[in-house]
Design a protein around this ligand. Structure first.
Ligand code: UDP
Length: 237
């Protein structure tokens, strides 16, 4: 029995990509297996997915695009990723529901509704939140915390390429060490660049812990953490 009953899993868009594929089918299946293992432990799973494998507003603005338009494109990219995850879930018999932070018609997905989301979660469905916060100039990390608060998640799991938060970038500085725990204030003051300040501030205000961990390096990591085996870095009050 996991100590967490309901989790919000934040996946970056890049977690679905490889060098040759924007959305890689094998990587997608790996992600689905990880979701499945959490559901098998009777843990309710909400997901927020990013869009960085397709578009990021800041990068589009750098090449001259209007920032708000770029952010709209970035948020639409997250909808594409959410649909891909939902489809991959359904193919293996996991019921999934995609919700969007801004209205999208045509039966593509539902608007975010925290009550409907919570109901779906209690029925064992995976709820995939797309379009971040629904507003430009935010990130999907902030969107993840926001949705985590809305669905009353016990914790936000942020999957990254490295297995936690380090004192410096471990790919550049071999003396960097991993924090097992950190406070929100420390994370903000040290400007550790794992999540933006808005996301940390929201977590701090609502006392919602974040666990930063590496997902694809070892596909059992999330399952192990849910079983009570510590891994990654916990950022808390
Ligand atoms: N975005 C936005 N508002 C939000 C969330 C995302 O405008 O609330 C846009 C922004 O342009 C961002 C892009 O969507 O760069 C993709 O999200 P993000 O960069 O957070 O994706 P990730 O890095 O997690 O793949």
């Amino acid at each position: 029995m996991s100590k967490y009953k309901r989790i919000l899993l934040k996946l970056s868009g890049e977690a679905l990509a490889t060098n040759s594929n924007t959305i890689d089918p094998d990587t997608l299946n790996q992600v689905v297996n990880i979701i499945k293992s959490a559901l098998a432990k009777k843990v309710e799973v909400g997901i927020v997915v990013g869009g960085g494998n397709i578009f990021r507003g800041a990068a589009l603005a750098e090449v001259g695009m209007n920032r708000v338009t770029g952010d709209h494109m970035g948020m639409l990219a997250t909808v594409i990723n959410a649909l891909a995850i939902s489809d991959a879930c359904k193919r293996v018999g996991i019921d999934a529901l995609v919700m969007s932070g801004f209205p999208i018609g045509g039966g593509v997905c539902d608007p975010v509704d925290h009550n409907k989301a919570k109901q779906a979660l209690t029925e064992g469905k995976v709820v995939i939140f797309s379009a971040g916060t629904g507003s430009p100039c935010f990130t999907t990390d902030t969107g993840a915390v926001l949705r985590g608060i809305e669905i009353q998640a016990d914790i936000v799991f942020k999957a990254t390429k490295v297995d936690g938060v380090y004192t410096a970038d471990p790919t550049k500085d071999p003396s960097a060490t991993r924090y097992k725990t950190l406070s929100f204030n420390e994370a903000i003051e040290k400007n550790l660049q794992i999540m933006d300040t808005a996301a940390f501030a929201l977590c701090r205000e609502h006392n919602l812990d974040i666990c930063v961990f590496s997902m694809l390096e070892n596909p059992n990591t999330l399952s192990d953490i849910l079983d009570g085996k510590p891994s990654g870095t916990i950022v808390s009050q």
